[in-house]
Design a protein around this ligand. Structure first.
Ligand code: HEC
Ligand code: HEC
Length: 185
């Protein structure tokens, strides 16, 4: 009888802890859905406000301190010779989104390499000035970049990296416009 009671108790305990765990999972699911919705919203805000003049550089291409500096109100009004001023709410949301997904926060395919050799005291404002970037691209002749009307600038990643907007910079996806002698268009 004692054994039977123990079994029932054990079963009840197992069941209740299972039910509790299930509750927890629901909470976690809801929380992670809410976080995903928020991340989507922040990404939409970023695309809307930061992809009109150039492509939306992925947050993991710069460390968080760089995004923080770029997103200062005083910096946005003189953003690389342009005015990229934002409403305060949008500025704060985009700045938080970029910093939360930055190269020194999220480990991604390029993040670690991009940060290599960068001192903590340096706050680069350009991806294209990072030594890793420069080394990666130093074999591409300038006539194909600044001297190329279809590229014009190193900052124009998506001109050569056909999947850059999807965050992919793999070698087989590179197509420098005008690089092939049979490329007449
Ligand atoms: C009004 C146009 C405009 C808007 C809007 C704009 N930018 Fe820019 N951005 C520029 C120009 C111009 C450059 C310099 C491009 C070049 O050198 O070819 C630049 C360069 C950059 C670079 C450096 C790219 C490199 O060379 O590595 C980053 C990072 C950047 N912008 C982030 C942002 C963010 C974040 C936003 C949104 C808050 C934003 N930009 C909105 C015009 C703009
Ligand atoms: C003029 C064309 C051009 C532009 C503009 C350009 N790239 Fe590249 N990129 C290349 C080429 C070519 C390579 C391959 C270099 C090699 O492997 O020798 C490369 C390589 C890379 C790689 C490494 C790919 C791999 O699989 O090893 C990354 C990451 C990258 N580029 C990111 C960027 C980013 C970010 C930008 C914009 C800020 C950019 N590139 C702008 C042409 C370009």
């Amino acid at each position: 009888m004692i054994r039977f009671a123990a079994c029932v108790l054990a079963a009840l305990f197992a069941f209740s802890s299972f039910a509790l765990a299930d509750d927890d999972d629901d909470d976690d699911d809801e929380r992670s859905h809410r976080q995903q919705d928020l991340a989507k919203l922040h990404n939409m805000l970023y695309q809307k406000n930061c992809a009109s003049c150039h492509f939306a550089y992925q947050a993991d291409l710069l460390p968080s301190r760089s995004w923080k500096a770029i997103m200062q109100p005083s910096a946005l009004v003189k953003h690389f010779g342009d005015n990229a001023e934002l409403a305060e709410g949008e500025r704060l949301a985009i700045s938080a989104f970029l910093q939360a997904n930055a190269a020194d926060v999220r480990r991604t395919r390029w993040s670690k390499k991009l940060l290599r050799g960068l001192s903590k005291h340096e706050t680069p404002l350009r991806i294209t000035k990072l030594s890793y970037f420069v080394r990666l691209h130093d074999e591409v002749p300038t006539r194909l970049v600044t001297g190329n009307p279809r590229v014009r600038s190193w900052s124009n990643c998506s001109a050569c990296h056909t999947e850059a907007k999807q965050g992919s910079f793999r070698e087989h996806e590179i197509d420098i416009p005008g690089d092939n002698f049979w490329d007449f268009d």
